[in-house]
Design a protein around this ligand. Structure first.
Ligand code: GLC
Length: 734
């Protein structure tokens, strides 16, 4: 009798198809010859409620290394867990935990291991804000492929990257992680990153699943503070923030991460419109959404959830499939289903999405990572070369008076400042497993670069901050005996990134004071700036003959910088984010809407124009632009339009030139930005030669606008296509 009762109880718990699983030959979901969708359905039909819920949870494996997210590690990791954040760079630990999932659980569903690989895993390349200044998506794709190879071979299948939050407030530390102020720029680099990470097949042991984040509007954080309210109208949601995600999803991004920010009253992690109506219903995304760390539980302080169960309900119903360390889904989702508040269909849809990514990654068939030596994974010569080239092309020459750069015909160079002998801070935020190996400081790199040509000496001068001026004297003595001062200043790594808002984007006073003191000596000053954000350089610009921003270059560190200073590298970077005249101007960005009174409404105390505009960047050569040519000046909808411009290298050395193509629509149903970037192209032009840049305009995509429902509209009337100070009128006729 007892056995009969046990049997009946068990059969209530485990779907019938599994009762005889151990008797049948290999179950369909384990048969790699079967198509993925069939494998998913077979596995789903075997899963209990508890097993389904656990697939929708992510814990960290051990203590997390993100200081902003304090949470008790889950000590006894259940083998049924859906995903783990993996903080080790050694696949051994992963394989041990994976073994528990594969061999000690009823169904043997592999765990998905994720980690924040934002700009490299061990080979670190420039922060994303700097990458965008290269205007070289092909190179960024290569860099992401390097990151994917190092990541996957180290036991991580999924990166929480790219971050594609359009951001216009440099006080917000996370501007460092995205591709700047422009929607189109973020969209292009979103696609490049997804292609680089995911390659042509997710199941390759050198590719990882990408994660578009933070969906959506996180970059609009009020006053540059983090985790706060964002006021975003439906119109702005579509014409400023959606494009990068729409293009990233089209490129096949496996996952997205829901954002912390409250989007005009509905937080990103409880926003059914963005997470389901747009992402799933309109864009047909068939992967899954993971919450940000705690962003479900945080619905409580945001005032839209009464408790963790309510938060779980709101987030899950909105369209967040996986709970990153909120401990909400694992504790409450099962009950919500049993209580009928969450439908079995919605639960199954969520589990399907997670399983689909796992199957596509090949985890069911190859759950373990081959254990390889670090030398076979990291710092491969080709990887270092890609990182170095990206660092070179990310450098933006902001100012170069009297062509003091490239620095030649000098015999004594004083290298001064807190960044001169620094390595750690040049890695930037979110540097994953980056370390100081292989990093050559700016000072050492300049010494090597000028070996046998000039004497290069060092004095620190000051710290990054504080008020210690005791180093000034030594720096002044060195400078007074030198021909030129190369001043290496900037931000510490922790001053940007997550939870790193600053009320001012100026450098600490001590650094500015050092510049002023050294300038009194009458020697030419070259400023080299490393930061995770645009800086307020208004007081430093007049004190320096040349200024260049190197962002946070990563492993290549000083070498690309020395190459630019010496002229071995002709700088080609152009700003992906405006440099305001001062913090008081923020937000200031190129694609602003026009004022009702363009001639009035200015600041009384400072200029209303930024110090350096979007797309600003100098070269050691000069380029002359011809007039824009158009294939037709008047045309109907759905007609191809080709525009082109010739650019001649009129200087004395070869160089890259990026042409940015903007459009404007001076009269429209809605007020449109004064101009909008719609295409860019970078070419190497030999001195004295001319290159032709073409832009095949899709009238609706490139001239039209998108309304508050995401509908793209092309109205008849006049438009302008612009390059630099050139523009040509295009008339769309009915
Ligand atoms: C953080 C960040 C997110 C990151 C996640 C995991 O809070 O907001 O970008 O991917 O947690 O570290």
């Amino acid at each position: 009798m007892k056995n009969i009762i046990t049997y009946c109880l068990l059969s209530l718990m485990i779907p019938a198809t599994s009762l005889f699983a151990d008797q049948e030959e290999k179950p369909l979901y384990k048969d790699k010859k079967q198509v993925i969708e069939k494998r998913i359905e077979d596995l789903l039909s075997r899963m209990t409620l508890a097993e389904k819920v656990m697939q929708l949870n992510q814990y960290t494996l051990g203590r997390n290394d993100n200081a902003n997210n304090m949470a008790d590690p889950v000590n006894d990791i259940p083998g049924e867990i859906g995903s783990l954040i993996y903080f080790s760079s050694d696949p051994e630990l992963r394989n041990r935990v994976q073994h528990k999932a594969m061999e000690q659980t009823r169904l043997g569903i592999p765990i998905l291991f994720g980690y924040d690989v934002i700009h490299g895993f061990r080979t670190i390349y420039p922060i994303s804000l700097g990458q965008a200044c290269s205007w070289n998506p092909g190179l960024v794709e290569q860099a992401c492929a390097v990151a994917a190879q190092e990541t996957r071979m180290s036991g991580v299948d999924w990166t929480f990257s790219p971050m594609i939050d359009v951001a216009r407030d440099g006080r917000w530390g996370r501007v460092a992680e995205g591709y700047g102020e422009d929607p189109y720029t973020n969209a292009v680099f979103a696609v490049a990153s997804v292609k680089g990470y995911q390659g042509t097949s997710l199941s390759s042991k050198k590719n990882v699943a990408a994660c578009l984040k933070h969906y959506i509007g996180y970059g609009a954080s009020e006053a540059g503070r983090d985790y706060v309210y964002t006021e975003i109208s439906k119109q702005t949601l579509w014409d400023t923030y959606m494009l990068p995600y729409q293009e990233g999803v089209k490129a096949g991004a496996a996952t997205l991460m829901s954002s912390f920010n409250d989007i005009s009253g509905t937080p990103g992690s409880a926003n059914k419109y963005t997470l389901t109506e747009v992402l799933k219903n309109q864009w047909k995304h068939d992967g899954f959404v993971v919450s940000d760390w705690g962003s479900i539980e945080q619905l409580r302080p945001q005032g839209v959830a009464a408790d963790k169960k309510d938060a779980a309900f709101k987030a899950f119903q909105a369209g967040v499939e996986m709970d990153m360390m909120n401990r909400c889904y694992d504790q409450h989702l099962g009950d919500l289903v049993k209580e009928g508040k969450v439908s079995q269909d919605r639960l199954d849809d969520a589990v399907r999405r997670v399983l689909r990514v796992k199957f596509r990654l090949g985890l069911f068939d190859q759950p373990y990572t081959a254990v390889t030596k670090e030398k076979d994974r990291f710092f491969l010569p080709a990887s270092l070369a890609i990182a170095e080239k990206l660092a070179e092309e990310s450098v933006v020459l902001l100012k170069n008076e009297h062509k003091i750069l490239p620095l030649t015909n000098v015999s004594k160079i004083a290298v001064v400042g807190p960044m001169a002998k620094n390595q750690f801070d040049l890695l930037g935020s979110w540097a994953a497993h980056g370390n100081q190996d292989r990093m050559v400081t700016i000072y050492e790199a300049l010494k090597a670069e000028y070996q046998g040509k000039a004497e290069v000496s060092y004095a620190q001068g000051c710290n990054f901050d504080g008020d210690l001026t005791s180093g000034f004297e030594e720096a002044k003595n060195l400078a007074s005996k030198s021909d030129v001062v190369v001043l290496c200043l900037g931000e510490k790594r922790g001053w940007s990134g997550e939870n790193a808002s600053r009320s001012t984007i100026a450098l600490p006073a001590i650094q500015e004071q050092l510049v002023m003191e050294l300038k009194k000596l009458g020697k030419p000053v070259i400023l080299i700036l490393s930061s995770g954000r645009p800086l307020d350089l208004t007081r430093l610009a007049p004190l320096s003959e040349a200024m260049l921003t190197i962002w946070q270059p990563g492993t290549p560190a000083g070498k690309p910088v020395a190459g630019v200073v010496s002229g071995r590298v002709n700088p080609s970077g152009k700003l992906s984010m405006t440099f305001p005249y001062t913090s008081g101007q923020i937000p200031v960005y190129y694609n602003q809407r026009q004022s009702a009174r363009p001639h009035q409404g200015k600041y009384q105390d400072i200029p209303s124009t930024p110090l350096y505009e979007f797309a600003h960047g100098l070269s050691y050569t000069t380029f002359q632009y011809g007039d824009i040519k158009v294939s037709a000046a008047q045309l109907k909808r759905n007609t191809p339009l080709k525009v082109e411009v010739s650019v001649t290298n009129t200087g004395d050395r070869d160089g890259y030139e990026t042409v940015h193509w903007f459009i404007s629509d001076p009269v429209s149903t809605i007020s449109r930005p004064v101009k909008e970037l719609k295409h860019f192209d970078k070419q190497w032009i030999k001195k004295g030669e001319t290159a032709t840049y073409q832009f095949e305009v899709d009238l609706e995509r490139d001239l039209g606008f998108v309304d508050g429902e995401g509908k793209r509209i092309l109205e008849s009337g006049d438009y302008y296509v612009m390059v630099k100070d050139k523009k040509v009128k295009i008339e769309i006729v009915d």
